[in-house]
Design a protein around this ligand. Structure first.
Ligand code: SF4
Length: 281
């Protein structure tokens, strides 16, 4: 069952707004690569884009312009938890949509119910600024109270992988089936697992194309873009939070600043550095 809402106010109590399921049989089909070509898919995609004068090393703005036009007749979703990278990418997408008269882009936030107030304020600012982006909320069917009854008060501490699976991965799986292109703001220097991500590749976990226009950028480049384009960003980045997720699992990192590549403020007491949305945990 899909759990998705388009309300502008993030629920804080696990309440859900259910959207009617889309008829998948009516969805346009993106050609699925033959399984024997899995390893070739990123290279093939790069070759094809190079024919258009753009490729894996393309500038993010150019990649966004290309991708949104190339897939304009397909259902596209961008997911974001409103990190600095996501905000920069939303700005690029909004500008491309305006310049090329493209359809509104849907931005899905997976609301765990544990967002900082600053994150909710940022979401509202983004809604007000970007009228050509449509903000959706995806969330688990398991309320915080139900999770507490089933697994105790601190699942996020005792079994963070299970908590992330319930509150992030499950709603992601339920909703992303409706799309054919998934845009994310991942960068290669964020974590070890992300070090070799492709700009454009087939994603076998969710069976759609995954597009990461910021893959080659550093954190400093993202911060420069945010500053130059006056993009709203999470004010916690100015309070030593390099990366922001749920308040249970995010800590300030003394000495860090908005340009810091550090991600260790997330799950600070463990080796965990991925929530499971992009890589298996
Ligand atoms: S980041 Fe922490 S609180 Fe949020 S879903 Fe994962 S384990 Fe749970």
């Amino acid at each position: 069952m899909n759990h998705q809402s388009t309300n502008s106010d993030l629920p804080t109590d696990g309440a859900q707004n259910l959207a009617p399921s889309q008829n998948q049989s009516n969805l346009p089909i993106v050609e699925t690569p033959d399984e024997s070509n899995v390893k070739d898919t990123p290279a093939t995609a790069a070759t094809n884009t190079e024919a258009s004068g753009i490729g894996e090393s393309g500038a993010p703005r150019d990649l966004v312009n290309w991708g949104l036009q190339k897939f304009a007749d397909q259902p596209i979703i961008m997911t974001s938890s409103f990190g600095m990278e996501g905000c920069a990418l939303m700005d690029m997408c909004s500008k491309a949509i305006e310049e090329h008269q493209l359809p509104k882009l849907q931005i899905a936030c997976i609301d765990t119910g544990f967002f900082f107030p600053e994150t909710k304020q940022l979401r509202q600012k983004l809604i007000e600024r970007y009228s050509n982006l449509e903000f959706l909320t995806w969330e688990t069917s398991v309320s915080i109270e139900q999770q507490r009854e089933m697994y105790g008060d601190m699942l996020w501490k005792n079994n963070p992988n299970m908590c992330c699976n319930i509150r992030k991965v499950k709603p992601m799986r339920e909703n992303i089936v409706n799309y054919r292109l998934w845009i994310t703001a991942l960068r290669r220097t964020q974590t070890k697992d992300r070090s070799d991500i492709s700009v454009l590749a087939w994603d076998w976990r969710y069976e759609l194309m995954k597009f990461c226009p910021l893959a080659t950028w550093t954190r400093a480049q993202v911060w420069d873009y945010i500053q130059e384009n006056k993009v709203p960003f999470n004010q916690l980045h100015l309070q030593n939070y390099p990366s922001v997720s749920c308040f249970h699992c995010t800590r300030a990192v003394p000495g860090s600043n908005p340009q810091s590549e550090i991600r260790k403020g997330r799950w600070a007491d463990s080796d965990k550095d991925e929530c499971g949305l992009h890589f298996s945990i």
